[in-house]
Design a protein around this ligand. Structure first.
Ligand SMILES: [Zn+2]
Length: 82
């Protein structure tokens, strides 16, 4: 899986396709923040993105919940090393 495109919600490079092409959502779901482009941004794209990002940030570190066990181990090692 190649992830090259930046998610406009969580700002991670977590998308396989651009979130929007000519203003149309890709239907892809960001695996980090869970936002689906073309669905969760309805009816107002800009408002939806800001709202989702605010909620996402309030949830603390939800990123961890979406990581594989191998990635989690790496994440916690980084956390413990700090
Ligand atoms: Zn995202």
């Amino acid at each position: 899986m190649k992830l090259l495109f930046q998610c406009p919600v969580c700002l991670n490079y977590s998308l396989e396709e651009p979130a929007y092409l000519n203003g149309v959502g890709s239907d892809e779901i960001c695996y980090i923040c869970g936002f689906q482009f073309g669905l969760d941004d309805y009816p107002d794209k800009d408002e939806g993105i800001v709202l989702w990002r605010t909620n996402w940030e309030k949830m603390g570190s939800p990123t961890v919940r979406y990581l594989s066990s191998e990635e989690k181990t790496r994440y916690y090692k980084v956390q413990q090393a700090q």
